[in-house]
Design a protein. Structure first.
Length: 218
């Protein structure tokens, strides 16, 4: 049962998704990946009498953090980002999050998961009890984040998909950095890059098993 309210806000020419998560009016909230226009965030927070506990960033790209400075100044809230985003790219934040670190919101848990690939320190924020995850530019509804920018790695992306994302059950709802939210069931049936990585991984697994069993001759 989902008891987190997720407000999606789309900004910028890249149509970046930012989110505000809370439970009810007057609660504490987190802002996740505020894009280039902070006005709608402020309007929603004010109209719901929310108290901003912090700004969570899945990664450091401008389309995901363009509104940070303004929102931080208005709400006097800390900024959180993955520790690799700070050490590799030199991104400044108030707190650097480690893999599997738990962030609390109104007694609920939001776990940071290191999902390298799009950047060296990309994070997903996973609310296990609610079966929902904010995936940034790791996995979208019908494709995956690009890996050709500084710090990106296709090998890291494959590892993140196979060893982390594919462990989420079909009922898990993903809230990506671009495109529409969807279930993992939808991803498994429609995301061709995701499907390709899993098939490639299984093929390599099969080759390794054959090698170990002496299936190949030198």
């Amino acid at each position: 049962m989902i008891f987190m309210v997720v407000k999606r806000i789309i900004t910028g020419f890249l149509m970046e998704n930012g989110y505000i998560v809370h439970e009810k009016k007057g609660d504490s909230c987190y802002i996740i990946d505020p894009g280039l226009n902070s006005i709608e965030y402020k309007e929603y927070i004010d109209s719901n009498s929310l108290k901003v506990k912090g700004i969570l960033l899945t990664h450091h790209h401008d389309d995901h953090m363009g509104g940070v400075a303004d929102l931080k100044e208005v709400f006097l809230c800390p900024v959180f980002i993955g520790e690799q985003e700070g050490s590799f790219y030199g991104v400044k934040a108030d707190f650097y999050i480690r893999d599997k670190e738990d962030l609390k919101l109104n007694g609920k848990s939001l776990k940071a998961l290191l999902t390298k690939g799009h950047t060296a320190g990309s994070l997903c924020f996973f609310a296990e009890a609610e079966r929902l995850c904010f995936t940034g530019d790791t996995v979208f509804n019908v494709d995956l984040g690009r890996t050709d920018l500084k710090g990106g790695s296709y090998e890291d992306m494959k590892n993140s998909i196979i060893n982390i994302v594919d462990k989420w059950d079909d009922s898990t709802e993903i809230y990506p950095g671009h495109g529409d939210p969807c279930s993992m069931e939808f991803v498994r049936g429609n995301n061709f890059e995701y499907i390709h990585i899993l098939k490639e991984g299984k093929r390599r697994e099969g080759i390794n098993e054959e090698n170990q069993a002496g299936g190949f001759r030198s």
